[in-house]
Write a protein that binds this ligand. Structure first.
Ligand code: ADP
Ligand code: MG
Length: 246
């Protein structure tokens, strides 16, 4: 078990966005959190990454309590969420963006930039290969396609050497072809690097195609948790999804 939450509660005024959620993520898993719009998925992510603190309850990462740690401390422990596309430097090349991520991990300074470049060169190329961006290495961040920006976002995130990677709607805005190729890429990363992935996604094709475990949130509460088959068979889940669509 790499991550565990115990009775997490998050209130926004009178709204209970996270209602007593206890759940866990196994090491090396691809774990999806699903639920209708407003179910509390992003809030729950924020409690795990430290962008919000819970009103009550606890969060553990590898058995260490992290409930009140700020995001940068969690990041150093190995919990990283993918950054928003807006955080990609438009005027930096794809190569340099990844180099920057590696430098930030090492807390290296800019005066070290030239020698650091040599030191990290192999690692940058390795990441470029992993995310399928090697042929775009010297193109500026603002000149690549939407799908490639998502890849770059992941590459930058990988530069921080995460153990647990959180992705909030990783295929948002992508074409079906881009979606499929990025999901295959994520799967390969899990196998190759021993990463653990926790993600939210509204596209059920993607969720059932890649997740090995699924947790379902509804109005802030966990209503189902299990294998894709178990979740698919849950009456409560069917009620929430079919009921919502009807
Ligand atoms: P999801 O990601 O599943 O769509 P969210 O976690 O974004 O759901 O939102 C859950 C509920 O909490 C929603 O009703 C939303 O309006 C509310 N909410 C989210 N963030 C805040 C906030 N910062 N302040 C007040 N209400 C919020
Ligand atoms: Mg959300």
């Amino acid at each position: 078990m790499i991550l565990e939450t115990k009775k997490l509660v998050k209130e926004f005024g009178k709204l209970l966005a996270t209602n007593n959620v206890s759940f866990s993520v196994n090491e090396g898993d691809i774990h999806a959190i699903i639920g209708p719009n407003g179910a509390g998925k992003s809030t729950f992510f924020n409690l795990i990454t430290g962008y919000h603190f819970p009103n009550s309850g606890k969060v553990f990462f590898k058995d260490k309590e992290i409930t009140k740690l700020p995001p940068y401390r969690r990041c150093r422990l190995g919990i990283t969420r993918s950054f928003q596309i807006t955080s990609i430097y438009p005027k930096l090349t794809v190569y340099d963006s990844i180099l920057m991520a590696l430098l930030s991990r090492q807390k290296a300074t800019l005066n070290l930039f030239s020698s650091a470049e040599k030191y990290f060169r192999e690692e940058v190329w390795g990441i470029l290969e992993d995310v399928g961006l090697a042929d775009q290495a010297h193109v500026n961040g603002d000149s690549i396609s939407h799908g490639d920006k998502k890849r770059l976002e992941l590459a930058v995130t990988l530069g921080t050497k995460p153990e647990l990677l959180l992705l909030d709607e990783p295929t948002c805005g992508m074409s079906p072809e881009e979606t499929e190729s990025i999901m295959i890429m994520i799967k390969n990363l899990v196998d190759k690097k021993g990463l653990t992935i926790l993600f939210t996604e509204h596209d059920m094709g993607v969720v059932f195609g890649i997740a090995r475990r699924i947790s379902v949130l509804h109005q802030g509460s966990l209503i189902a948790d299990g294998t894709p088959e178990e979740v698919r068979a849950s009456e409560e889940v069917q009620k929430v999804y079919l009921g919502g669509a009807a």
